[in-house]
Design a protein. Structure first.
Length: 203
């Protein structure tokens, strides 16, 4: 039997890289500057809760594989995590701590799909700045791409998580990988603290 613990996450502004200014501008345009500040504070509180929940799991870290939403399968996974952690990302800082305890970091996503996602988000942010612009096509593309990403993530877990091991998957709340996982992967979710669902995701 293989176990997979899914930890639903909310990405912080430190995870957004070159998209940060566009994300911030779109968010402020929709909700206002004050709500943007509240949004960042609420995300920080969620990550305090996530950190506590992961610590409480008391996992056998040498038998743990860590999978991360947005981390491409490549030869530089650890380097990417260190760079983002150094920028202040609590998500990636936590991963470094898990690795220091013996957990094995796994590349999780298809780089080509992540590149498509990047361009799709940029288009979505541009559209968000034009409230009268039709979004149905963009939403359909986004939903289809999310399904492709979920299928790839699940396949990656199916192929790399070994019997007796535990996978720890940090996954954005919009994802749904369970339907693509192998039948012998036992899944459970660790839920973070409640947050405003309308403002949890990137606009």
């Amino acid at each position: 039997m293989r176990s997979l613990i899914i930890v639903p996450i909310i990405h912080t502004e430190r995870d957004m890289g070159s998209l940060l200014e566009q994300v911030k501008n779109a968010y402020v345009m929709r909700y206002g500057q004050e709500k943007w500040v509240e949004h960042l504070q609420s995300i920080d509180r969620v990550w305090v809760d996530i950190r506590a929940k992961v610590a409480a799991l008391e996992l056998p870290y040498p038998m743990v594989r860590v999978y991360q939403d947005g981390l491409p399968v490549c030869s530089k996974e650890a380097e990417i995590v260190r760079q983002v952690a150094n920028s202040g990302s609590p998500n990636h800082q936590l991963i470094l701590e898990l690795m220091a305890k013996g957990a094995q970091l796994m590349g999780t996503e298809d780089p080509k799909l992540l590149l498509q996602e990047y361009h799709l988000v940029k288009r979505g942010l541009a559209t968000a700045a034009q409230p009268h612009e039709p979004r149905s096509q963009l939403e359909a593309e986004s939903a289809g791409l999310l399904t492709e990403r979920d299928r790839y993530i699940a396949t990656r877990i199916n192929e790399t998580l070994q019997p007796g091991e535990t996978g720890l998957l940090f996954l954005g709340m919009a994802h749904a990988v369970e339907g693509f996982l192998a039948s012998d992967v036992r899944v459970r979710r660790e839920l973070p603290a409640a947050t405003d669902p309308q403002r949890a995701a990137v606009p």
